[in-house]
Design a protein around this ligand. Structure first.
Ligand SMILES: [Fe+2]
Ligand SMILES: [Fe+2]
Length: 307
């Protein structure tokens, strides 16, 4: 088990009743959807007889990239589970949560892949090659402390929810199957986000300084899990250009609402290190806001005339 850094509080022990409370809340509203029921199997065609072609399902490159990256991110589940379990000692309720979370996440890649193969919205060969490369690398973020982990996953689950939701909204109207599949996944991600977001809130009540330091660090260095995906940066740029997920969504839909809910501006009794972290976070957000505004101006500017 990894040791908690900063402060004399044992966050892992003290947060256990909150883990239990939020886990029970999560179980009170189960989302019992079945992957096999979401797929129109009759639409499928044999790839041996009908090889994949981009014309099977015309789609903007940024939307194809979003489906590819989102699905491969779901495929990487074993390594996220492994990372989460590293913070969960035997007998701690966070172990039960991790098992529940893994069980729920497991169906996302399954149902997405069925939809992708039936509709042919992305190249199945590229997808499988991407899966092989990414999973062999086993590259996932490694938050140092429990406080870091809770803050990171709060941002990440929210970001994943937004990415699936916006990808679904970019699918053509005829693809009701895809819209439904991505809406169901986004619904699961919403519940995961609510668990971690509120667990972080409980963490702020227990050890505001440790959580402030972690929140500032994770907000400033946040990256979507996906660095093991081939050509990840190129796909990320396309996804952002399409308006599905990028810096702008990270700022407006992830950071701002989450930090507001944690009320980081009004935390009291912070250590000097945590006060500094709050100042650093403010500066990081101001910088991010300026970048997002610059990008929006560039996009709004008329394209230069061709000479
Ligand atoms: Fe997921
Ligand atoms: Fe999730």
């Amino acid at each position: 088990m990894k040791r908690l850094a900063n402060s004399g509080t044992n966050l892992l022990t003290e947060i256990a009743p909150d883990v239990e409370r939020l886990f029970n809340r999560h179980l009170e509203a189960p989302r019992l959807w079945f992957p096999h029921e979401q797929i129109d199997w009759g639409q499928g065609e044999n790839f041996a007889d009908h090889p994949w072609s981009a014309e099977n399902y015309p789609l903007a490159p940024g939307v194809r990239s979003a489906i590819y990256v989102n699905l491969l991110t779901e495929d990487n589940l074993p390594y996220y589970t492994h990372e989460l379990l590293a913070h969960a000692p035997a007998g701690h309720p966070i172990l039960d949560w991790n098992h529940q979370w893994t069980m729920e996440e497991n169906r996302h890649a399954m149902v997405m892949r069925d939809w992708v193969h039936i509709t042919r919205c992305i190249d199945p060969v590229m997808l499988e090659e991407g899966r092989r490369v990414q999973m062999f690398k086993a590259d996932v973020p490694h938050p140092e402390t429990l406080a870091d982990l809770i803050c990171y996953v709060s941002f990440q689950e929210r970001a994943t929810q937004i990415a699936h939701r916006n990808t679904g909204a970019h699918l053509p109207k005829f693809d009701k199957m895809g819209r439904n599949v991505l809406a169901l996944i986004a619904g699961d991600e919403t519940k995961h986000y609510l668990f971690y977001r509120d667990l972080a809130l409980a963490g702020f009540a227990i050890d505001p300084s440790a959580m402030m330091i972690a929140a500032a660090k994770q907000a400033s260095n946040f990256a979507m899990p996906g660095s093991g995906i081939p050509n990840f940066t190129r796909h990320a740029v396309r996804i952002a250009r399409e308006g599905i997920y990028g810096l702008s969504q990270f700022l407006k839909d992830v950071l701002e609402p989450v930090l507001k809910l944690w009320d980081v501006d009004h935390l009291a009794d912070l250590s000097p290190e945590a006060e500094q972290a709050r100042i650093d976070l403010e500066a990081a957000i101001a910088k991010l806001t300026a970048s997002v505004e610059r990008m929006a101006q560039r996009l709004a500017a008329p394209a230069p005339a061709l000479s």
